[in-house]
Design a protein around this ligand. Structure first.
Ligand code: SF4
Ligand code: SF4
Length: 436
């Protein structure tokens, strides 16, 4: 093994510098600075090059982490970039927004041994950002296209990853999206967590008072804010409706989307920002790092709290909340919340945001294909091996199948779908050739 590695014994874990909260809450820029070259090299060299790299096993893309860390430590960044891009279509995005503390870094062997994880996400981002800067990332050049075309509906991470993989295989690709910019949630929202939250959303949608004004789904709030950031005119933001400025804001939910909402509200200069979650800190689905950042920025968390009624005349003015306790773990391994009798209390609110999960549209109707098979949650049913729907030649991947999940899983699904689509097209082509 290279003598440049295994430095975790003497070298402390260091994240890229985090901007102080009083400064970073004044803008919407990333809160972490870039690694400088020496730091990226140094932090990569802490890796112990495990024979069984648990970091890689727990990365949904099975990124070859130990190898690109070693290449970075040795200063061989172009090779590190090629390796990182061979399994991940968007390494800089995953390096920034994956909940690493629950995936690669949370399972790093030296983290488990108490030395502090190798900062895998930051190094991955550094490698890809360097590749962009140096011009190593180029559009795919196809010398001779295959005379078969694939239409991809949705320019989110899954669609884009699938498109890229199929383009590399020389197919003609057209991507369709109902929005004016590609990127899906990456551009107008932020990825959410876990299918189980549908159940929560369904339940809270039945809450009395859900039709009061100033209650918004997370995506509406985030989309408005992101559009403003892109320089768009957004009527409902410009007239103050979707702007948290000077308001007492409550966000309901415990995933990363909820964290995105609370931290957005802080940056919009809300009077106060509170987050209600029905479990406790240890049992929330979102990244612990995100909660820590939000707390630093002044967000108040009210754990073990469940809203049971929205109160107000025409618009919401307060929320009735019941306190919860945690009992035995459910099938997901997390403890189940149960209400505590006579524990209700009221909390004042001007703007309420529900970050509880993904509520799929009526997909068969949307696609004008009433025979399209969907699950009881409204997501598309697929053959899990081939990713094909019940409509021959139609494949599906990403949140539309899983429900709200991580960007990194969407990329993985998009790549898997590309492999299946290729097999399908090759079969079709050989049938056509035989018939000719
Ligand atoms: Fe970690 Fe996500 Fe990168 Fe995988 S893609 S190595 S989980 S940051
Ligand atoms: Fe390196 Fe940690 Fe992965 Fe082991 S688990 S190969 S120490 S990053």
């Amino acid at each position: 093994m290279s003598e440049k590695m295994l430095k975790f014994v003497n070298l402390e874990m260091q994240m890229p510098r985090k901007r102080v909260h009083s400064v970073r809450t004044k803008d919407f820029k990333e809160i972490y600075d870039q690694f400088i070259n020496e730091k990226a090299k140094e932090q990569s060299s802490r890796c112990s090059q495990c024979g069984v790299p648990f970091c890689q096993i727990h990365c949904p893309l099975h990124n070859n982490i130990p190898d690109w860390l070693k290449l970075t430590a040795e200063g061989r960044l172009q090779e590190a970039h090629e390796l990182a891009h061979s399994t991940n279509n968007m390494p800089e995005i995953c390096g920034s927004i994956c909940p690493q503390d629950r995936l690669c870094e949370g399972n790093c062997v030296i983290e488990k041994a108490g030395h502090g994880t190798v900062t895998i996400g930051s190094v991955e981002k550094y490698i890809a950002d360097t590749a962009w800067k140096k011009g190593w990332i180029k559009p795919i050049k196809v010398l001779k296209e295959i005379n078969q075309s694939v239409g991809i509906v949705g320019a989110g991470p899954s669609g884009l990853a699938c498109a890229e993989e199929l383009r590399k295989l020389r197919y003609k690709i057209t991507i369709y999206d109902r929005h004016d910019r590609p990127g899906g949630l990456l551009i107008y929202g932020i990825p959410n967590f876990k299918l189980e939250k549908y159940t929560v959303e369904r339940r809270t949608n039945l809450l009395p008072g859900s039709d009061l004004k100033n209650i918004f789904p997370a995506m509406e709030f985030l989309t408005a804010s992101n559009r403003k950031g892109l320089g768009d005119k957004v009527k409902n933001f410009d007239n103050g409706i979707l702007n948290a400025k000077n308001k007492d804001v409550i966000i309901i939910g415990g995933g990363d989307t909820a964290m995105d909402c609370v931290r957005t509200a802080v940056r919009q200069n809300a009077k106060s920002v509170k987050c209600l979650y029905r479990r406790d800190r240890e049992n929330m689905p979102g990244s612990a790092r995100e909660v820590y950042n939000a707390e630093e920025e002044g967000v108040e968390f009210t754990w073990l709290s469940n809203p049971i009624k929205f109160i107000g005349k025409s618009q919401i003015s307060s929320v009735l909340i019941e306190k919860m306790k945690l009992v035995t773990a459910d099938s997901s391994g997390r403890k189940k919340p149960e209400p505590i009798l006579n524990s209700e209390f009221e909390m004042k609110v001007d703007m309420l945001i529900k970050a509880l999960g993904f509520n799929p549209e009526d997909l068969p109707k949307l696609f004008d294909s009433l025979e399209l098979s969907v699950s009881k949650w409204g997501t598309i049913k697929i053959n899990l091996k081939t990713m094909e729907t019940n409509l021959p030649g139609v494949f599906a991947a990403g949140d539309i199948v899983r429900g709200a999940s991580l960007v990194v899983w969407a990329i993985r699904d998009g790549r898997d779908a590309a492999v299946s689509i290729q097999k399908y097209l090759e079969k079709r082509m050989s049938k056509r050739e035989k018939a000719a």
